[in-house]
Design a protein around this ligand. Structure first.
Ligand SMILES: [Zn+2]
Length: 321
């Protein structure tokens, strides 16, 4: 195998430990914070970011509503097929979704037109990537606040597509439950936070952190990129309402969210009839400590039913969100 540049990211699979690590030395040099004066995501600074992939055009006084650009510090990169073996080039796509042309720090500040456009762009980008034979699966995720891994403060999410399905995703996709079964259990156990449009938000039965919340479609395709435009808009609105509720229930808490969906159809180990996409929102209220890191088990200080009750009270009404 020819020598790779030292900065090219590498994927290491430790099969006995069921662990994958992406080694990306260049990420150690990425900037943090990013004041508006030299922010690569602000309108007027487009030349500071890599060449644009997708854009939502101007609307409601905005020069553009949202953009997708390549991540300047990726942990997976495009290239020839990586082959097999425990150590190989880390292949895939790593984008940034810029969720407003203005230097907002929170999704709660983003213009509604920009926010909904961001999710429409994410769906379009995912649909294009799902058609590629060299990719197996993708996600969209948000790191909000330094405690959740954010580096640049300008509001953005990330989109990553991989050439191999992460072990945990494959395990979850085989879970065999359906979104309807999950929602029915949440209703029985008093864990529902909101039901709006074609979506429901509830606290999962075993939350890893206080106020962990999932948003699930009520009867929709297994993959997010196959969702209809109306459902994508509903998701943007409900997700923002949940973030607003979290800001009330756990003031100042950083958070992550991510899109969890099954492997794309042709790569699935078996038919994914029970597969379904969802958004998992994880506030960072308590740090991950030795027990969590050593066992994969979690200690949560708020019971799920109580968390759902507090979030229901804190959620803004559908009209104001
Ligand atoms: Zn900015």
């Amino acid at each position: 195998m020819p020598r790779r540049p030292p900065d090219e990211p590498t994927r290491i699979d430790d099969a006995p430990a069921r662990r994958t690590v992406f080694v990306a030395p260049a990420r150690a040099t990425r900037p943090t914070a990013g004041a508006p004066a030299d922010c690569p995501f602000c309108a007027g600074h487009e030349h500071l970011a890599p060449t644009e992939i997708l854009r939502s055009p101007a609307d409601e006084g905005l020069p553009w509503r949202a953009r997708i650009v390549p991540n300047r510090y990726p942990f997976v990169v495009e290239g020839a097929a990586s082959g097999a073996g425990p150590i190989r080039p880390a292949r895939g796509v790593h984008d940034v979704i810029v969720e407003s042309p203005r230097h907002h720090r929170s999704v709660l500040e983003v213009e509604p037109a920009a926010w909904e456009a961001s999710w429409d762009l994410a769906r379009r980008r995912l649909a294009g990537l799902a058609a590629r034979r060299d990719l197996a699966w993708a996600t969209v995720y948000k790191n909000s606040g330094p405690g959740a891994g954010a580096s640049l403060e300008h509001v953005h999410s990330q989109l990553v597509a991989l050439d191999a399905v992460p072990d945990a995703v494959r395990t979850t996709a085989r879970g065999g439950d359906t979104a309807a079964e999950r929602l029915a259990a949440a209703r029985r156990e008093g864990r529902v936070v909101a039901v709006r449009g074609g979506l429901a938000a509830f606290v999962p039965p075993a939350p890893r952190q206080p106020f962990e919340t999932w948003i699930v479609p009520r009867g929709a395709p297994a993959w997010f990129h196959e969702a209809e435009a109306g459902l994508v808009r509903d998701l943007a609105r409900l997700l923002r309402a949940v973030v607003a509720g979290l800001a009330q229930a756990a003031p100042g808490a950083d958070y992550n969210w991510w899109l969890l969906q099954p492997p794309w159809r042709r790569r699935a180990a078996r038919p994914v009839a029970g597969g379904w996409w969802r958004i998992e929102i994880l506030p960072r209220v308590t740090p991950l400590a030795g027990f969590e890191l050593g066992t994969g088990c979690h200690v949560c200080v708020v019971p799920p039913r109580a968390a759902a009750r507090l979030l229901r009270r804190a959620l803004p009404s559908a009209r104001s969100s």
